[in-house]
Write a protein that binds this ligand. Structure first.
Ligand code: TUI
Length: 318
């Protein structure tokens, strides 16, 4: 059986160097447990949820698997301090962070034997966090869904690999073995996939959300919110057109942010694909089936091994 192994397999004590994005509302205990059980690193997305809601998700994972898992702490959340206390109390083995600089929290995690893996979108922040003691970084390119930076995965990974000595996990624009082989070639030691796992059987996203990704084409995942300083990539729909219009008219930042508030939940839980926020990455156009998590992981691992052996035709024949 063909497989792949990198230094992050040892770091996180996982079988395959594959992480599942800590997507708010989607990355529940069920999804994270399925990914960890299949040999990857499942990540619970704390999003803006309060402590006790996330405690339940952690317990779901612990009940379903003995394998390592992580919690993603979204640094814009009003509950950041509570979630930090929670992950320490629950002895969560790994945390990732998003949407901000976690520098001031790193020592606290390390003192509690928690591995820290910040999501970054620039070399400068990666260098700072490597110096501050991060165990690895997730370098997320602008191809990703949700809140994003400016650099592409393709341009960022090799520049970061030249600048830091801790492992880099690539995210943004990766959904199959070709993408994994590509970023390993660029200097990454693993990948994080989000959109691909939204379209898994274990993902709690509404069936209509999943269908919207399955029907998406290459240019459908567009960016809104550039003018507010919080650019977000979503599938084009009535909401993105409304926000585009507000931005073109110079509407106040607060009003634009208000128009987006609660819209991710509206799409994920209620299946409102017109007025909801359908966060998804640029590879949405490539996701064509809903599969069990284990099949996704086994498939991309096998593809990666074959691509690395230069047997690219295998994938084309599928
Ligand atoms: O965090 C994400 N993706 C997200 S968070 C989210 S919830 C949200 N919704 C609407 C607006 C804002 C947030 C939806 N998707 N990905 C990880 C990520 N982190 N991408 C980029 C960054 C990032 C940005 C700035 C990391 C650090 C950073 O630092 C700024 C600084 O202080 O230096």
């Amino acid at each position: 059986m063909k497989t792949i192994k990198t230094k992050i397999c040892e770091l996180f004590e996982i079988k395959y160097p594959i992480l599942q994005g800590g997507m708010a509302w989607v990355a529940t205990g069920e999804l994270a447990a399925a990914v960890s059980q299949a040999g990857g690193l499942g990540i619970i997305g704390a999003g803006n949820a309060p402590r006790e809601v996330i405690r339940e998700e952690i317990h779901k994972v612990k009940k379903r698997t003995d394998n390592n898992f992580a919690v993603n702490i979204m640094l814009l959340s009003p509950f950041v301090d509570d979630i930090i206390e929670l992950v320490i109390e629950e002895e969560v083995p790994v945390i990732s962070t998003g949407a901000g600089n976690p520098g001031k929290y790193i020592n606290r995690f390390k003192n509690n034997k928690i591995k820290v893996v910040p999501v970054v979108s620039s070399v400068a922040l990666a260098k700072r966090l490597a110096r501050a003691g991060a165990d690895a970084v997730i370098a997320e390119g602008t191809e990703a869904g949700g809140h994003i930076g400016e650099l592409t995965t393709m341009a960022m990974i090799p520049q970061m690999a030249d600048a830091i000595n801790i492992p880099i996990i690539a995210a943004g624009g990766i959904a199959d073995g070709r993408g994994i082989a590509a970023v390993l070639s660029l200097g990454a030691s693993g990948v994080q996939m989000g959109t691909r796992f939204v379209c898994s059987e274990e993902s709690p996203a509404h069936a209509k959300y999943k269908e919207a990704i399955l029907s998406a084409r290459d240019r459908d995942a567009v960016v809104t919110g550039k003018s507010t300083g919080h650019p977000v990539r979503n599938l084009k729909n009535r909401l993105t057109r409304k926000i585009d219009k507000m931005e073109a008219q110079g509407t106040k930042k607060e009003e634009i942010e208000e128009a987006a508030t609660g819209k991710l939940r509206e799409a994920v839980q209620n299946g409102n694909i017109n007025e909801g926020s359908l966060m998804a990455g640029q590879i949405a156009g490539m996701v064509e089936d809903i599969l069990p998590v284990k099949e996704i992981i086994d498939k991309v691992v096998y593809e990666t091994a074959l691509v690395i052996e230069k047997n690219i035709e295998y994938i084309k024949e599928q």
